[in-house]
Design a protein around this ligand. Structure first.
Ligand SMILES: [Zn+2]
Length: 256
């Protein structure tokens, strides 16, 4: 098969709260790979302070991106971890590894299903078409969230290390996501170093993913690193959609 190697691109935390940086990131990706050839992870009500459907101008933008072919994922409900984690290790993990953004880490199956269903309704109402799948904030899923995504029949989900189909109980691709961190100068520097390493070492992988966040636009060095990484990893690869991984399902099917 020609060009069976793929590059998948996404913008996280798409919310009226970040409308300006999301617009900037969408423009950058359009320049680099073409309009509509990426995914957006949409947060229905970021921190319970930015209800998607209340911002009609932003909803109109989302619709136009969806019409261009942007794949729209539900990205949690409020994005914030509101669970009370039992046990010191779980608490430390929730607070320090995710800055409190692992909304789906500590949820029961029932609570996860309720938020996923509500989130899907809001995003589908906004874009006027079905969502592509569900991706948990900070890529963190507890056992309840994994079960809930399967029970609701989402076609696609991903974490740091893989893309899978909850509906089909099948892993579709493996390999790390290249992403950047803007929260502290030290994290920014290490994410730039990781991206440089990824440019050199991820070449042989069949599927490579790159994820951008609104905070990335605050630091021109991060954007420069992201552009270089996209250009390098796009060489010899198709700019793909997540859905293509399902359509290519026979290539190397693996069970969860
Ligand atoms: Zn996020």
């Amino acid at each position: 098969m020609r060009n069976s190697r793929r590059l998948l691109l996404s913008i996280h935390d798409v919310s009226p709260r970040f409308s300006a940086p999301v617009e900037t990131l969408a423009g950058i990706l359009a320049e680099e790979v073409g309009a509509g050839r990426f995914a957006m992870l949409v947060v229905p009500d970021f921190w319970n302070e930015a209800p998607l459907l209340a911002d009609r101008a932003f909803v109109a933008r989302l619709r136009s991106w969806a019409a261009l072919g942007v794949e729209m994922f539900v990205h949690g409900w409020c994005h914030r971890d509101e669970s009370r984690h039992r046990g010191a290790i779980a608490r430390v993990k929730a607070r320090h590894m995710t800055a409190g953004e692992g909304e789906f880490l500590g949820l029961s199956r029932e609570e996860a299903m309720e938020r996923m269903r509500r989130g899907r309704d809001v995003v589908e109402q906004a874009i006027g078409r079905p969502v592509a799948g569900f991706i948990a904030p900070a890529w963190l899923y507890g056992p309840g969230a994994i079960e809930a995504a399967g029970a609701l029949g989402f076609d696609l989900a991903e974490d740091h290390m893989k893309v899978w189909s909850p509906a089909r109980s099948r892993v579709l691709a493996r390999g790390p996501v290249v992403t950047w961190a803007s929260r502290t100068p030290m994290r920014a520097a290490s994410s730039i170093a990781f991206a440089a390493l990824a440019r050199r070492t991820l070449g042989p992988m069949a599927t490579v993913r790159i994820a951008l966040h609104p905070g990335d636009v605050s630091d021109p060095r991060l954007i420069e690193s992201a552009r270089r990484t996209i250009r390098r990893l796009a060489r010899g690869r198709a700019i793909a959609r997540y859905r293509d991984l399902i359509d290519a399902g026979g290539e190397n099917p693996r069970h969860l």
